[in-house]
Design a binder for this molecule. Sequence first.
Ligand SMILES: [Zn+2]
Length: 137
Amino acid sequence: MAAYTKPLPAISTLNQRYWEGLKQRRMVLPYCEACDSVWYPPTPFCPDCWSRDFRWQAVSGRGVVNSWVVFHQAYFSSFKDDIPYSVAEVELEEGPRLLTNLVEVANEDIAIGMPVEVVFDDVTDEVTLAKFRPRKG
Ligand SMILES: [Zn+2]
């Protein structure tokens, strides 16, 4: 397998649980014990009520496409073989929105509101990325 040359996330004590979850085929996010908020990306306190009392909990991995773009230019040379490729904002059922790539769908078939589900892409031995594909049924 060719070496993975695209940018990788900076894994820190703050977001380590998220990345470990993806490696284990689960998407886990911080849930606020004080106000029940769930959010992404991980921060050391709840963005809604500033409580530092939160737990990590699995989310459904289901959501909808909220917005997307198709890149026709490789701003990183490591993406040049992928163009044109999509970058989407997916809104999870639990509320958080995250930027991701859509897979298993042609760029011309992407639509706002399209139901999607997470898939796990092991890009290196240490890093698994969350991508999304159209949900069936
Ligand atoms: Zn809160």
